[in-house]
Write a protein that binds this ligand. Structure first.
Ligand SMILES: NC(=O)c1ccc[n+]([C@@H]2O[C@H](COP(=O)([O-])OP(=O)(O)OC[C@H]3O[C@@H](n4cnc5c(N)ncnc54)[C@H](OP(=O)(O)O)[C@@H]3O)[C@@H](O)[C@H]2O)c1
Length: 164
């Protein structure tokens, strides 16, 4: 199994505001969709609540400690990250952790790959990504996207692979 994290963060490491994303960047979302399509995506309960929907073409796995949580049909509810990784990575393929902040922190020490979008702005919000140390990782620039009429901020996408 390849464990991958995928996120977009601002220069000041903000990833969320009021339960949602602090920006609307359609081409960044396209990158997220293309990258994760066909593979399992694991998310925390609040990240799921943000869209309250099933993202098509992928197993949608929601982690919660609650036993009474009632998500939409098609959502796979689980209560433990390691067990979910074993189960949904059993085919040996890529499994994505898609947030939020606590899950990224829990998954980073054992991640194989990180798809990081840096949104080139200082943004206000309430959810922040911890610092990740990419010493011992190889970085590959994927895309630099300018600000334009559909994108209020420029952003850069980098892929990091842990050296083995
Ligand atoms: N920019 C990005 O790339 C990005 C990505 C994802 C999310 N976001 C944003 O981040 C915010 C949400 O993130 P968040 O950090 O507040 O919350 P979150 O991680 O989405 O959800 C936290 C909840 O998930 C459950 N959970 C997390 N880890 C678990 C584990 N190991 N085992 C069992 N349950 C676990 C717990 O639910 P219970 O309380 O039910 O036990 C916990 O309270 C939103 O604003 C969202 O839009 C941004």
């Amino acid at each position: 199994m390849t464990l991958s994290l995928i996120y977009a963060r601002s220069e000041n490491r903000c990833i969320g505001a009021d339960g949602g994303l602090p920006w609307r960047l359609p081409d960044e979302f396209k990158h997220f969709k293309q990258t994760t399509m066909g593979r399992p995506i694991i998310m925390g309960r609040r990240t799921y609540a943000d869209h309250d929907n099933v993202l098509p073409g992928r197993a949608n796995v929601v982690l919660t400690s609650r036993k009474d949580f009632n998500p939409k049909n098609g959502v796979e509810l689980r209560h433990d990250l390691d067990a979910a990784l074993r189960e949904f990575g059993a085919d040996g393929g890529e499994v994505f952790v898609i947030g939020g902040a606590g899950l990224f922190a829990e998954a980073f020490p054992r991640a194989d790959r990180v798809y990081e979008t840096v949104v080139h702005a200082e943004v206000e919000g309430d959810t922040f990504l911890p610092e990740f140390d990419f010493a011992g990782w190889t970085s590959t620039k994927i895309e630099t996207h300018p600000a334009d009429d559909r994108h209020p901020f420029a952003f850069t996408i980098t892929r990091y692979d842990r050296d083995r």
